[in-house]
Structures are given as structure tokens and as C-alpha cells.
Design a binder for this molecule. Structure first.
Ligand code: NAP
Length: 229
């Protein structure tokens, strides 16, 4: 399937790692940034790492959003709502927004191992409130750390994908499964994003306590649950 993925905030650690993995998998990727030059520099770095296969470019966030049908949000929570409001006029109808944002208390000077209460229930549900009609929201990738994504080789993590749009969820599970080592699991409705976001705070705390890069694996489900079904 031919499509373009725009990673908004892709100059940061998390978005860069996701963009790198998808570029390595042969996907067409645009890095989005508040600054087109910064986006292009990140795209060039990915090209160096991914090699000739990489179909990657860099643009200012709104231009990247207008040029893609799959959008991945990887900005800090403090910039989340403002960015979505800025993008509202340029979303393509029928596009999918994949939200990896975690509302960490660090956004307002608190701890990285705590989350903020979000009125809508989660950052992803806030996104659903801010996108235009006809744009689907999917929560995913909150529990995959940037250090793991930016390292070499397969990653030892599952990705739980939550959405109220069944088809959009399926698309994003297929995209997640392109990252070697990832098993993408249907996590049900978008309201479950609040749990995914909380798990990240726990994982950050575990990584600090034990000096590692923690992730999650789900056990005990039938094989079909792990193969994007
Ligand atoms: N890091 C991780 O391991 C990890 C894991 C799971 C989920 N996440 C989530 O993914 C998101 C990104 O994490 P990160 O560590 O990559 O963050 P980051 O490096 O702090 O930020 C990512 C990018 O967002 C842009 N940005 C920064 N402040 C902004 C603002 N106020 N408004 C709009 N854009 C802004 C910056 O790009 P430009 O300056 O180029 O615009 C920056 O490079 C966060 O919501 C985080 O909770 C992170």
C-alpha cells in the first residue's frame, strides 16, 4: 500500500526513532518540525542511517500534515493541543492521527514518572476532541522508549493499539509490526489510551530505578492476537 507517514515532532528522540524504523522498512516518511530546516537535518540523519532505501524528507509541521494521510504525533504534552489547533485547517479528510503523547507531569515542572490528569481522560482523547470530523485517532507507541527505537536491531517490546475506528486501528497495527521485534496488539477503544499513558510513567520510573530501558510484553493471548488480527 502506498502512503506517506508524517511524524510531527520527528526531530525529537521518540519521533526520530519511529521515523528511522519506518524508513528502514521502506515506508515514505516526512519529518515534521516547527522549523523546516531542523526537519530536513533530521531527515538527512535518517537517510545516512537507513541508506538508499530511505524515502524521507523534512518539512514544517503544517506542510507535513497536508502532505500525508498517516500522522504520528510525537511532541511534548505542553505543545500538543496548540499544535492540533494549528493543524486543524490542513488535515486531509480520512487521515489517521496516531498519538504517542504522554502527559507527563514534567511538562509542568513535575516528575517524569507521574502523569497529569487530562480532562478528556488521556492525551489521545484530547486529540480526538481537537481533530476535524473525518479524521480518526489511534493511540499507540507510548510504551516504546526512544533509546530502544534508536538502537540497532529488533526491539523487545509489544505495542498496544487503541482506537474507536476499527480500520484505523488495523492500519496502525500493520505499521507497528513493521518495526522488527514488535508485536502489535489490539487494545480496544481509545478510552484505554489513559492506561497506556500511565504505563509509560511506570516504565520511566522502572528505568530510572533499575538503570535500564524498560518496555512491555503481553503474555497469555492466542497467537492471532499477536499478529495484527
Ligand atoms: N522519549 C521517549 O522515550 C518517549 C516514549 C514514549 C512516548 N513519548 C512521547 O512522545 C512525545 C515526544 O517525546 P520526545 O522525548 O521525543 O520529546 P522531545 O524531544 O522533547 O520533543 C519532540 C519534538 O517536539 C517538538 N516540540 C517541542 N516542544 C514543542 C512545543 N511546545 N510545541 C510543538 N512542538 C514542540 C520539538 O521539535 P521542533 O523543535 O523541531 O519543532 C522536539 O524535537 C512526548 O509526548 C512523549 O511523552 C516519548
Amino acid at each position: 500500500m502506498s502512503r506517506t507517514i508524517a511524524v510531527l515532532g520527528g526531530t525529537g528522540a521518540e519521533g526520530f526513532g519511529l521515523a528511522l524504523r519506518w524508513a528502514q522498512a521502506g515506508e515514505t516518511v516526512i519529518i515534521g518540525s516547527r522549523d523546516a530546516k531542523r526537519a530536513q537535518e533530521a531527515a538527512d540523519k535518517i537517510k545516512q542511517r537507513a541508506g538508499a532505501i530511505a524515502k524521507i524528507s523534512g518539512m514544517e509541521n503544517a506542510a507535513a500534515c497536508a502532505a500525508a494521510e498517516l500522522l504520528v504525533l510525537t511532541v511534548p504534552f505542553e505543545g500538543h493541543a496548540a499544535l492540533l489547533k494549528q493543524l486543524k485547517p490542513v488535515f486531509r479528510s480520512g487521515s489517521i492521527v496516531v498519538d504517542a503523547t504522554v502527559p507527563l507531569a514534567a511538562s509542568v515542572g513535575g516528575r517524569v514518572s507521574r502523569t497529569l490528569g487530562v480532562w478528556q481522560g488521556s492525551a489521545a482523547q484530547e486529540t480526538a476532541e481537537l481533530v476535524p470530523d473525518g479524521v480518526s485517532v489511534v493511540a499507540a507507541f507510548q510504551n516504546v522508549g526512544s533509546e530502544i527505537l534508536n538502537a540497532e536491531g529488533p526491539i523487545d517490546c509489544d505495542v498496544i493499539v487503541c482506537s474507536d475506528d476499527i480500520e484505523a486501528g488495523k492500519t496502525v497495527r500493520a505499521l507497528a509490526a513493521k518495526i522488527p521485534g514488535v508485536r502489535a496488539i489490539d487494545g480496544g477503544k481509545l478510552e484505554n489510551a489513559r492506561i497506556l499513558e500511565q504505563i509509560t510513567a511506570l516504565l520511566i520510573g522502572l528505568s530510572i530505578r533499575h538503570k535500564g530501558h524498560s518496555g512491555i510484553r503481553i503474555t497469555g493471548l492466542p497467537p492471532a492476537a499477536y499478529t495484527g488480527g
